[in-house]
Design a protein around this ligand. Structure first.
Ligand SMILES: Cc1cc2nc3c(=O)[nH]c(=O)nc-3n(C[C@H](O)[C@H](O)[C@H](O)COP(=O)(O)O)c2cc1C
Length: 173
């Protein structure tokens, strides 16, 4: 059973979060610049992480390598998403990037697990916000760094409890 953690990061925040998550899952973090479509396909659980840049856009490495994601066969794949953003500076496009990833992977037939509650945030609009929840944990290291560890730990726990994944997460990669 294998888990892949694929991320992009400009300034290191998402890299650190990806490393934290990968370590907890006994997996290796992999930059999107170094990933091949087969890396995304050849795992039981695929985790994708991106900060939001511009106004509501994917991080630039993700933008440049989106073809890798489009090329991968994600039919029936279990995917979990995590994002970083700044709810104060970008309240109208808070963590939009993982909403962008969500739309792509679900259109390609993946099942996204690990939605999180949006309590304790103040934002106006977010493409990551669907049906009252975020599509994955949103880490705001710019404004709420003291909540990061708790948010990640809680999310990892919820991944464990989501049906069918217990075995994957116990085994790691
Ligand atoms: C030019 C610029 C644009 C940004 N745009 C957004 C945005 O639209 N939405 C958002 O939530 N955060 C935005 N951010 C905040 C980053 O997503 C946030 O600081 C993130 O933690 C950076 O991750 P990284 O260190 O992995 O690159 C922006 C930051 C910069 C510098």
């Amino acid at each position: 059973m294998s888990i892949k953690v694929v991320f992009g990061s400009d300034l290191g925040t998402t890299r650190a979060i990806a490393t934290r998550i990968a370590t907890a899952l006994n997996a290796m973090p992999l930059e999107i610049t170094k990933a091949q479509a087969k890396d995304l396909e050849s795992c039981d659980l695929l985790l994708l992480g991106s900060p939001t840049y511009g106004i509501g856009e994917l991080q630039c490495d993700w933008e440049e390598r989106l073809d890798t994601l489009y090329r991968a066969d994600l039919t029936g794949k279990t995917v979990a998403l995590f994002g970083t953003g700044d709810q104060v500076g970008f309240a109208d496009s808070f963590a939009d990037a993982i909403g962008v990833l969500y739309d792509i992977v679900t259109e390609k037939g993946a099942q996204v697990i690990g939605f999180t509650d949006a309590f304790d945030y103040e934002f106006a609009e977010s493409r990551a916000f669907r049906d009252g929840q975020f599509v994955g944990p949103v880490i705001d290291q710019d404004n709420q760094p003291d909540m990061t560890e708790q948010r990640i730990a809680q999310w990892l726990k919820s991944l464990h409890s989501e049906s069918g994944l217990e075995a994957v997460l116990q085994t790691g990669s």
